[in-house]
Write a protein that binds this ligand. Structure first.
Ligand code: FPP
Length: 248
């Protein structure tokens, strides 16, 4: 089981062990070029490839990408279906490469709303890469941080109904194994591209002590120098986890 930053002080190093990214700005990147928003998402897939590669080389162990939030269903139908198609294409085309490169792929989120073909591809991709351990790549799809906390609570109470009779006994150790990212340490570094400074219902529980990095760069333009700059910024953070500087 992974340690919790509010229970124990995690071991830290210069390179984030777990990087979580909100890949924002695809639509604006395209609009600026008088292209349909969907062109921005297609270009964004290329950035995903580059970032996965660079994270592997830099020694990042867990990379989590927010590809589709539980609120993204509110977008125009053609944009939602393009995103689904990109997802299917990526799974069909890229999984073989990921498998060879030692990448373990997981998809977290409420998959019940996806069509059966996509769910099948996800299951196959996860099974095919399950033996890998060099980089754990997680795609958050139809994911919402509040959904995650609620589904974990539901699962916990189903598994341990006696806890409902004694709620004060309930603690993090009971709860956190049911979160959908329970297999990973909490993110060390969070990056949001595209200029907005919000979490947009991403990993609400897990980001408690994460260093937050915001950049104006649109996701399709986010290149290796930008990622390096984020790593350098991270390397200079003083991570205190509630302690004083003098205690470090
Ligand atoms: C946010 O930009 C981006 C998304 C909602 C989708 C991200 C998806 C990809 C990069 C492609 C698919 C990913 C995989 C893993 C195959 P936005 O549309 O909100 O941009 P805007 O804020 O400029 O409108």
């Amino acid at each position: 089981m992974q340690l919790s930053s509010t229970q124990t002080i995690p071991e830290i190093s210069g390179v984030p062990r777990h990087l979580a990214i909100i890949m924002d700005g695809n639509g604006r990147w395209a609009t600026r070029r008088l292209l349909p928003r969907t062109a921005g998402h297609m270009k964004g897939v290329q950035t995903v490839r580059r970032v996965v590669e660079q994270c592997g080389q830099a020694g990042v162990k867990y990379l989590t990408l927010f590809a589709f939030s539980s609120e993204n269903w509110r977008r125009p139908e053609d944009e939602v279906s393009l995103l689904m198609r990109l997802f299917v294409q990526a799974l069909e085309k890229e999984v073989h490469k990921l498998e060879k490169k030692g990448v373990r792929l997981r998809v977290v989120g409420d998959l019940s709303r996806f069509d059966p073909h996509l769910r099948e591809l996800i299951q196959q991709a996860e099974a095919k890469t399950a033996h890998n351990d060099s980089l754990h790549l997680t795609i958050a799809a139809n994911y919402g941080g509040r959904w995650d906390i609620l589904q974990a609570t539901q699962q916990l109470l189903l598994a341990r109904p006696e806890l409902a009779q004694d709620p004060t006994a309930l603690n993090e150790t009971h709860f956190s194994p049911y979160l959908s990212m329970a297999f990973a340490p909490e993110p060390d570094l969070f990056i949001r591209t595209g200029g907005e400074q919000r979490l947009s219902n991403f990993l609400m529980w897990q980001l408690a002590y994460t260093e937050l990095y915001f950049t104006e760069i649109y996701w399709p333009d986010f290149n290796s120098d930008h990622l390096k700059a984020a790593f350098e910024w991270y390397g200079q953070r003083e991570r205190r986890f509630g302690r004083t500087s003098a205690q470090l």
